[in-house]
Write a protein that binds this ligand. Structure first.
Ligand SMILES: [Zn+2]
Length: 260
């Protein structure tokens, strides 16, 4: 039995709707455009019922296009902390409708593109949040691939915490005056591409690992996308919460780490 209560950070990313071109090519036209945002609201509600806080990273474009919904989300739920998740999520015209991601990675070492594009995208993101009355201090890069240029720019703009890295053990380090907090459970990025049976065994392995790690680690940083948790109507998310509550976990938003 744990002597101290395990600390848990639930995080997730919410994106704006894909471009029409992508929706056409993936046959996604029948999916409602605001599907991700609606999943996000449901996710917050589920966590709120158990008094569990979370940190959600939201694209600037979603903030701009759904500002009323996000405003009411922030004012109605005190369990949510909103972080920034790039403006375009490497989509849209400037990213060749995602076709430029590979060339950008080859040419510039990051799918985020050349420095002036990173600068443009980050400032546009901050501006979107400021319009909402929120000064973002937490950041996660879409695809987790940031670089030193990005991180020093974020530091200059007042960001305090970044969650791009991943590690086996709970890892926190300071670079460019920003705290980096690594995700130390498997990320759920591939869930939508799995068959139902693959998904079932992924869930099972995750819960098994969670049971082990919650007893081993000082803290757990979970990456669970609302849109992926909606795949089984939030059953898996509930299972996770129940495992964590059973061992008396204390849940926090990521910014909790800044003042430690
Ligand atoms: Zn993302």
């Amino acid at each position: 039995m744990h002597m101290t209560r395990p600390v848990v950070f639930i995080t997730g990313d919410i994106h704006h709707p894909p471009d029409l071109i992508k929706r056409l090519s993936y046959g996604e036209l029948r999916i409602p455009e605001d599907y991700e945002l609606r999943a996000g609201l449901e996710y917050i509600k589920v966590l709120h019922e158990y008094n569990v806080p979370c940190t959600l990273f939201i694209t600037g474009k979603l903030v701009d296009t759904s500002s009323e919904t996000i405003k009411s989300l922030i004012s109605s739920y005190d369990n949510v902390e909103i972080g920034a998740h790039t403006y375009y999520a490497f989509r849209g015209l400037l990213y060749g409708y995602t076709l430029f991601i590979q060339p950008y990675r080859k040419l510039f070492g990051t799918p985020y593109g050349p420095k002036h594009l990173i600068h443009y995208d980050v400032l546009k993101t901050v501006k979107a949040f400021l319009k909402l009355g929120v000064r973002p201090i937490a950041w996660r890069t879409h695809g987790y691939e940031g670089d030193d240029y990005l991180y020093s720019l974020l530091a200059k703009l007042g960001f305090k915490i970044i969650s791009d890295c991943r590690s086996e053990r709970f890892t926190v380090f300071k670079r460019n005056n920003i705290l980096h907090v690594c995700i130390n459970m498997p990320v759920d990025d591939n869930l939508p591409n799995m068959s139902p049976s693959e998904r079932a065994s992924w869930y099972e392995n995750y819960i098994r690992l969670l049971n082990i790690k919650v007893r081993q680690e000082k803290a757990l940083v979970l990456q669970l996308h609302p849109v992926n948790m909606a795949l089984d109507n939030f059953d898996f998310l509930l299972k996770i919460i129940k495992v964590l509550l059973k061992v008396n976990s204390q849940f926090h938003r990521l910014s909790f780490l800044i003042d430690l």
